[in-house]
Ligand binder design. Structure first.
Ligand SMILES: NC(=O)c1ccc[n+]([C@@H]2O[C@H](COP(=O)([O-])OP(=O)(O)OC[C@H]3O[C@@H](n4cnc5c(N)ncnc54)[C@H](OP(=O)(O)O)[C@@H]3O)[C@@H](O)[C@H]2O)c1
Length: 235
C-alpha cells in the first residue's frame, strides 16, 4: 500500500504520517512539508518539499509517484502573518481571502487534477481532504470567519464534484471531506480559548479516528462529509 499525506508537517498531518508508518513497515508513505522537514523518519517514509500553491510542483510530485492507495490532503490555513479570521465583514481583506482559497480549496482541486493516474488501479482507494464543520452552510450559526468558512464550503463543493466525476472514471475511489473536530494544533491555538465549552482533541487522538475512517471507507462512501466520530456532517 502506498500512502501520500500532503501537509505531513502539520499537527494533524504529522500524526497521520506517524500512524500510517507504524501500521505496517511494508507500506510506503510519502509525506510533504512546506517550510521545515519534520524530525521523524522511517525507512519506508519519504519526505518531499511542496508548496501546495505551486501547480507545477504538484504536477512534478505526481509524475514521480507510484500507484497510491490513500491520498490525504492535510494542509490548511486559518491565520497567518497576513491576516486572521474576520469577526466582521468590515475586516475582510482580499489578499487574505485569496490565500485561504489557494490553500484550503484550490489545493484539493489541483491534487485531484494530477492524482488521477496514480489512483487508476484496480484496488480500493481513498482521496480525502481535511475540511472543517465551519464550512457547512447548514451548520453556520455563529457567522464570522468569512475567508476560512468560504474556502472550506468551496472545498466541500470541490470534493462533492470530484466524487461525482470519479464515480464514472475511478469507480474504486472514495472521495471524501473529513472534519477532524477541534484539535490542539498551531492552526487552532489562537482560538481554542474561546471554545472552552467544546471538547479539544490531541492531534494523535483525532488522527487515529480519521485514519480508522479512511481505512474503512469503500467506494459507496464517495461524496460524503464525515466527522471524526464517523457521523455525517450536513453540507
Ligand atoms: N486544528 C483544528 O482544530 C481543525 C479543525 C477543523 C479542521 N481542521 C483542518 O485540518 C487540516 C490540518 O490542520 P492542522 O490543525 O493540522 O493545521 P497546522 O498544524 O497548522 O498544519 C497546517 C499544514 O498546512 C501546511 N501548509 C499551509 N500552507 C501551505 C502551503 N502553501 N503549501 C504547503 N503546505 C502548506 C503546513 O505546512 P508547513 O508547516 O510545512 O508550513 C502544515 O503542514 C486543515 O485543513 C484544517 O483546516 C483543523
Amino acid at each position: 500500500m502506498n500512502i501520500l499525506v500532503i501537509g505531513g508537517s502539520g499537527g494533524l498531518g504529522l500524526a497521520l504520517v506517524q500512524i500510517f508508518c507504524e501500521l505496517d513497515a511494508t507500506h510506503r508513505v510519502i509525506a510533504t512539508y512546506r517550510s521545515r522537514q519534520p524530525d521523524f523518519s522511517r525507512t519506508h517514509l519519504n519526505w518531499v518539499q511542496l508548496d501546495i500553491t505551486q501547480e507545477a510542483a504538484i504536477a512534478k510530485l505526481f509524475a514521480d509517484c507510484p500507484d497510491l492507495t490513500y491520498i490525504i490532503n492535510a494542509v490548511g490555513l486559518l491565520h497567518s502573518a497576513a491576516g486572521n479570521p474576520e469577526k466582521t465583514i468590515n475586516k475582510l481583506d482580499a489578499g487574505f481571502f485569496m490565500d485561504n482559497i489557494r490553500v484550503n480549496t484550490l489545493s484539493t482541486l489541483l491534487l485531484a487534477k494530477y492524482a488521477r493516474h496514480a489512483l487508476k488501479h484496480a484496488q480500493r482507494s481513498v482521496f480525502a481532504a481535511l475540511s472543517a464543520r465551519v464550512g457547512s452552510i447548514s451548520d453556520n450559526r455563529l457567522g464570522g470567519w468569512y475567508s476560512y468558512r468560504c474556502s472550506k464550503a468551496a472545498l466541500n463543493m470541490a470534493v462533492k464534484t470530484v466524487s461525482i466525476e470519479w464515480q464514472r472514471t475511478l469507480p474504486n475511489c472514495a472521495v471524501v471531506a473529513l472534519h477532524p473536530g477541534t484539535v490542539t494544533t498551531e492552526l487552532s491555538a489562537p482560538f481554542t480559548g474561546r471554545t472552552a465549552t467544546q471538547t479539544h482533541f490531541t492531534p494523535d487522538q483525532s488522527a487515529q479516528w480519521l485514519a480508522d475512517i479512511i481505512m474503512g471507507l469503500t467506494p459507496e462512501n464517495t461524496g460524503q462529509f464525515i466527522a471524526f466520530d464517523g457521523s455525517q456532517v450536513d453540507w
